[in-house]
Write a protein that binds this ligand. Structure first.
Ligand code: F6P
Length: 343
């Protein structure tokens, strides 16, 4: 078989581990050849390739980023994008393309697959917002990095009797804020799933600090929004997948806390720190298992499938069931934990 492989969308720790697994499984188990495409679907549209084999992938397992590069190029938003994808697949005599991506890349993959292009998906994104899988590659590392950072913010907040607002990534969903915030004992969690009330947040913090010296960490996902009409935010930029480019809500929240409570507040924006660096052992393991299963799916002719984690099993689900709607933090889970811990 001849396989193409690409990494699309925002990078995350574990992409190289997935590439290595795809290449090893393909080369060693099946004697397949693998063509890497640079920068996601851009590389396919423009036929920009990097041949991959076991030698080329040596040493990349613990490395963050992606040796293929990535972009948010959407073939459906480019002139002749789909025809050019089809032409590249034919030119390289590819039997399948393994697309490693988040919601945007996998949505395009699903549409391409519906048009007869043989695609298998691997879900990755630190946001963990892809349906059909318990977790995506990169999420575990991002939560680990965020919770370590919040631990550090706690000790400095204690020394100064301050509120520290920690902004984490999470465009439409608050999985990172939720899990890292709980793991590190945050006082307030602000998630995109539930518009927040600045007045209630301020009152809560005031109550905490009225008890004496206190450290309060407010974890805010970058996509969190205030209740309608309560706070004005600047309009975000939009990319080719109609995604908003966010960042900055933490500073707004910290400013409002100071203004409304008189407490001293600071802000730390973790941003791309959560996407960089070496993947956790969990992400390396998950990426490796996903990579192996994706090659198996290609050999089975299971196109239009996405590999996924269900409990401890690696399974395949239709790409169609994974995209379209984002996987949010469920309301009841949020309610159950916030009542107990966030006080
Ligand atoms: O990949 C998901 C993500 O990290 C989001 O959490 C974030 O909003 C976005 O990507 C940032 O993208 P970029 O690096 O293109 O600004």
């Amino acid at each position: 078989m001849r396989l193409g492989v690409l990494t699309g969308g925002g990078d995350c720790p574990g992409l190289n581990a997935a590439l290595r697994a795809v290449v090893r499984k393909a080369n060693v188990s099946h004697g397949d050849e693998v063509v890497g495409f640079r920068d996601g679907w851009r590389g396919v549209i423009e036929d920009d390739t990097l041949p991959l084999d076991v030698e080329r992938c040596r040493g990349i397992l613990p490395r963050g980023g992606t040796i293929l590069g990535t972009s948010r190029t959407n073939p459906f938003k480019r002139d002749d994008g789909v025809d050019r994808v089809r032409a590249t697949v034919a030119r390289h005599h590819l039997d399948a393309v393994v697309a490693i991506g988040g919601e945007g890349t996998l949505s395009a993959s699903r549409r391409l697959s519906d048009l007869g292009i043989p695609v298998v998906g691997i879900p990755k994104t630190i946001d963990n917002d892809v349906n059909g899988t318990d977790v995506t590659i990169g999420f575990n590392t991002a939560v680990q990095v965020a919770s370590e950072a919040i631990d550090r913010l706690h000790t400095t907040a204690e020394s100064h009797d301050r509120v520290i607002v920690c902004e984490v990534m999470g465009r439409h969903v608050g999985w990172i804020a939720f899990q890292a915030g709980l793991a590190a004992g945050a006082a307030v969690l602000l998630l995109p799933e539930e518009p927040f009330d600045m007045e209630a947040v301020s009152a809560h913090l005031q109550r905490r600090h009225a008890k004496g010296r206190y450290a309060s960490i407010v974890v805010v996902a970058e996509g969190a929004k205030p209740k309608e009409g309560t706070l004005a935010l600047p309009p975000p930029e939009i990319d080719e997948y109609d995604h908003e480019r966010l960042g900055g809500i933490g500073s707004v929240v910290a400013g409002e806390i100071e203004r409304r409570t008189g407490l001293e507040a600071r802000v730390t924006i973790l941003g791309h720190v959560l996407r960089g660096g070496s993947p956790s052992a969990f992400d390396r393991y998950l990426a490796t298992r996903f990579g192996i299963e994706a090659v198996e799916a290609a050999h089975d002719g299971d196109f239009g499938a996405m590999v996924a984690l269900h409990a401890s099993d690696i399974v395949r689900v239709p790409l169609a069931s994974a995209v379209g709607e984002l996987k949010c933090v469920p309301r009841d889970l949020l309610d159950r934990v916030s009542r107990i811990f966030l006080d």
